[in-house]
Design a protein around this ligand. Structure first.
Ligand code: CO
Ligand code: CO
Length: 308
């Protein structure tokens, strides 16, 4: 029986097999975001696995999806990408069963992933409750940094931070969100922070954020001011702006950062207020030290998201 499908605008599809078991399925693949093939493999895999964690599920199996130009990309380089992917899947506790490769002038890599979850324990993205606190587990600014990497304008420190965050699995963050009774869960990817937050809202609630609390990679500010945004970030801003109200004192480039399209971004956790601080402390203790409580869920207002 289908529990979640594409009409739900959620992170992955869910299909119930027995009273105890539902499978969670997702597919994602990306073009290179860094130069090192092994690291690209790790990031692409962490990005693909993230939607399983965003449903509160565990990773079971994965299939490689590869597009590459065999005339210009060496077999050695391809093997490094696959090794990066396979190491991440192993870290996730899953196995790669196979995959498919095609010829393409533009390199692409990712995974089709299957996870498992108890049918009653699925964490959807739009089931927040009034009074919940919203926690973000990774800083934003990754789209700005990967765009500046492509333009050869990224400072070394920015590249190192982006690699650290993008290759970091959302596994532990998801497990802790479950442990502390999260009401809703999603991950921040192509629609940016406010785009994915908008997907968490519904007709009964709105979300209030404090700009100063939102973790942002320091180097991303200057790069954002210089305009290194991926095209998707501006599209997100145009699309989601009518549903949001951002304080006028916040500079335009900082506003666009809130819509910056992320690769392998963090989780957005909606957690009961009484557990928020405990969850935050546990996340930080587990090495997810950039996690922050960025706002709260309130009863529905004119705008679905307010940033002050
Ligand atoms: Co997602
Ligand atoms: Co998704």
């Amino acid at each position: 029986m289908t529990l979640v499908d594409r009409t739900d605008n959620d992170d992955a599809g869910v299909f119930q097999i027995t009273d105890e078991i539902a499978i969670v399925q997702t597919v994602d693949f990306i073009t290179p975001v860094v130069d090192d093939p092994y690291i690209f493999g790790q990031i692409a895999a962490a990005n693909s696995l993230s939607d399983i964690y965003a449903m509160g599920a565990e990773v079971s199996t994965a299939l490689n999806i590869v597009a590459y130009d065999s005339c210009n990309v060496s077999k050695k380089m391809l093997n490094e990408i696959l090794r990066g992917g396979s190491d991440k899947v192993r870290e996730a506790g899953g196995v790669i069963l196979g995959g498919h490769t095609i010829e393409d002038v533009e390199m692409k890599f990712g995974l089709s992933v299957t996870g498992m979850v108890h049918p009653k324990k699925i964490l959807r993205n739009n089931t927040t409750k009034i009074g919940d606190k919203i926690i973000l587990t990774k800083p934003i600014g990754l789209g700005v940094i990967t765009t500046s990497i492509k333009a050869n304008e990224a400072p070394k420190s920015a590249i190192e931070k982006a690699i650290f965050h993008m290759s970091f699995l959302n596994k532990t963050a998801s497990e802790l969100a479950i442990k502390f009774g999260a009401n809703a869960l999603t991950d921040v990817t192509g629609f940016g922070l406010l785009g994915h937050l908008y997907e968490m809202t519904n007709s009964k609630i709105s979300v209030q954020l404090e700009f100063a609390k939102i973790p942002i990679i320091e180097e991303a500010f200057e790069l954002a001011e210089d305009g290194f945004f991926p095209g998707g970030s501006f599209r997100n801003e145009r699309y989601f702006m009518p549903f949001t109200k951002i304080d006028n004192s916040i500079a335009a480039f900082k506003r666009t950062l809130l819509f910056d399209a992320q690769t392998s971004g963090g989780l957005l956790i909606s957690v009961p207020q009484e557990n928020a601080k405990k969850l935050l402390d546990s996340l930080r203790l587990a090495g997810i030290e950039f996690a922050e409580i960025i706002g709260e869920v309130v009863s529905s207002k004119k705008e679905k998201i307010e940033v002050s």
